[in-house]
Write a protein that binds this ligand. Structure first.
Ligand code: ZN
Length: 442
């Protein structure tokens, strides 16, 4: 079975990106980096442990038999490979795998332009146009970058086109597979109509490997080695940028880094959530009042002390369950479309509110709750100066959008513990910079 793959040279570039991605460059939304959206199939050369992270110190989540084919989506500098196994992400040592028969891993995929389409020298509209192809033109795609741009081969020349104006050509003419994401809980059936038996129901968000499409809009999928059919009404092509999101290894760690590139494991629920004792902008006793116990105690102290100093605060929103974030994100996608929603709302699993360590606050009058106008208020200034004394940081500072991935949010406090908070706030850092620069401090 062929996969949407890059040639080896491009692959090396993709792997380099993975390493960079651990650094700050990965957070810059405007930097068009060639990424590793394409997958490569490897074969295990021995019985092989799949772990939660890229070293033997990490937990084993599965052991695969010699000869098993693995879908590799990235590589780290120590030679560990990131693999996708039955929809789960894991890591295997690069010592015990080899690239599967290259005939199956160097395939190209044919796309069709859905509009007259500019071909450019690089993967963004900032690059020069080298050709304009007519709607309906077939394009040979050899790679894909994280911004959704495709690398194409056109009359022997290499160029880039926006992924927005192309679709995969009829798979009957290309045997490549494409990953789709279920947009609702979805029945997988034995054949391409609802008259066929249900063999499985997959959850919303599940990634599906689509190997074919029939004329009625049903998709042939490969699910845990089995073939089935799903209605194309409830799937969308997976966003390639989500493929290089890492799952955080220790979600329960107090200074855990959660952002657009580091997400919480599926179904993570903090174990020590408690209701905070502070006043909120609303009266109801909902999950939004909860925080993890250490953070809840700290926010009570912060509120008590600010009040003594004549600064009154209200909570707006603290904990948000994964289900709530999923519902919220879906609502925004329906309202504004995925491309826009992703710019202001966190993809489920990547919201700090799901950690139980973040809280949005506002002034005692309740105005400007989670709005730009909170910036510059007496309350915002007090928080900037004192939050770290209670273990909190202003998580999304002004001027650090390209590092955090978020615009300035003076209202979003994140508990990291007092020592780290003081380092971050006194040095004008972000949590990302704290992690990536602390080795050279002291
Ligand atoms: Zn927030």
């Amino acid at each position: 079975m062929t996969k949407l793959t890059l040639n080896k040279r491009l692959l090396a570039t993709g792997f380099a990106f993975i390493i960079l991605c651990a650094g700050l460059i990965g957070f810059s939304p405007s930097k068009p980096s060639v990424a590793n959206a394409a997958t490569v199939t490897y074969t295990a050369t021995a019985n092989l442990n799949v772990r939660t992270g890229p070293s033997t110190a990490n937990k084993i989540i599965a052991t695969v038999k010699q000869g098993t084919k693995l879908t590799v989506t990235g590589k780290n500098e120590n030679g560990w490979l990131k693999v996708s196994l039955n929809g789960q992400t894991g890591y295997v040592s690069g010592q015990y795998v080899k690239i599967s028969n290259s005939s199956s891993s160097t395939a190209t995929v044919t796309y069709t332009a859905t509009a007259n389409l500019n071909v450019r020298t690089g993967p963004s509209t900032a690059n020069k146009i080298i050709a304009t192809v007519k709607q309906g033109t077939k394009l040979t795609v050899t790679g894909k970058n994280e911004n959704g741009w495709l690398k194409v081969s056109l009359n022997g020349q290499t160029g880039y086109v926006s992924g927005q104006y192309v679709k995969v050509s009829n798979p009957s003419s290309s045997t490549a597979t494409v990953t789709y994401t279920a947009t609702a809980n979805l029945n997988v059936r034995t054949g391409p109509s609802t008259a066929n038996k249900i063999i499985a129901t997959v959850k919303q968000g599940t990634k599906l490997t689509v190997t074919g499409k029939n004329e009625n809009g049903w998709l042939k999928v490969s699910l845990n080695g089995q073939t089935g059919y799903v209605s194309s009404q409830y799937v969308k092509v997976s966003n390639p940028s989500s493929d290089d999101i890492q799952v955080v290894a220790k979600p329960e760690s107090i200074p855990v880094l959660v952002n657009k590139k580091n997400k919480l494991p599926e179904n993570y629920v903090p174990k020590d959530l408690v209701y905070t004792s502070i006043p909120f902008t609303f009266k109801e006793k909902t999950e939004k009042r909860k925080m993890r116990s250490e953070a809840a105690a700290a926010i009570s102290k912060l509120f008590a002390e600010s009040k003594k100093q004549g600064v009154s605060l209200l909570g707006v929103s603290a904990y948000r369950s994964h289900a709530t974030q999923v519902a919220l994100f879906d609502y925004y996608v329906k309202r504004d479309g995925y491309a826009k929603a992703i710019t202001y709302s966190a993809l489920p699993g990547t919201s700090e509110h799901e950690t139980g360590l973040a809280i949005d606050v506002t002034g005692g009058n309740g105005k400007c709750a989670a709005q730009d106008c909170f910036g510059g208020t007496k309350e915002a200034k007090w928080l900037q100066a004192h939050a770290d004394d209670y273990g909190f940081i202003i998580r999304y500072p002004k001027g650090k959008e390209s590092v955090t991935g978020y615009k300035y949010e003076p209202w979003h406090l994140r508990y990291v513990g007092k020592a780290i908070a003081q380092t971050i706030m006194s040095q004008g850092l972000t949590l990302e910079e704290y992690y990536y620069t602390r080795a050279v401090q002291n």
